[in-house]
Design a protein. Sequence first.
Length: 201
Amino acid sequence: MNSRSFRTAPLDLQAITLRAARREDIPAIDAMHFLSVQALGAADYTPAQIEAFICHGTYDPVMIDEGTYFVLEDARLENAGRVVASGGWSRRLPHADSPGAGMAEQSFSLSPNSAKIRSIFVHPKYARLGLGSRLVRHAEADAVAAGYRLLELWASLTGLPLYRKLGYQALGRLAIPGGTGITVPAVHMAKLVALSEAEVA
């Protein structure tokens, strides 16, 4: 199933608003992530890998408390307040990259000095509208304003074209331990923000 099969009417992108995520958004974020992985990831992952991805956890809610996780909402009356995309960044390493998490043998660990762009998901009905790019750019600007120039991420195979378009370079492939014992293929990517861009931010 592709994103076009979900769309029923043209969408005014001005109706999509961005704000910091709140704890009360968690059920809506969880549901949207499930739909996104199931629908948009099907072309790149097996059903077993998708299940492992979901069971592993698609994001760290602590980012909400830190104020670095964001949601996009559909403000149209018939969908008022509907979370249609989410994403953010973190200073901390994701738990899969923590000591004892099963990735020590890989050479693609994230730098402790980078900002990690994390958990960018879009509802399948709203895919291919630039919402993922909007979230990544917002997270980048927020991270740069906090003093970071090195941006890193673990890209899903589905997200690779987006991150390449936004200037990220692939450093190597890795396998993230999934929640069911199955590993999930991903790609370590990074981007260095030019000093002039950082000064403007």
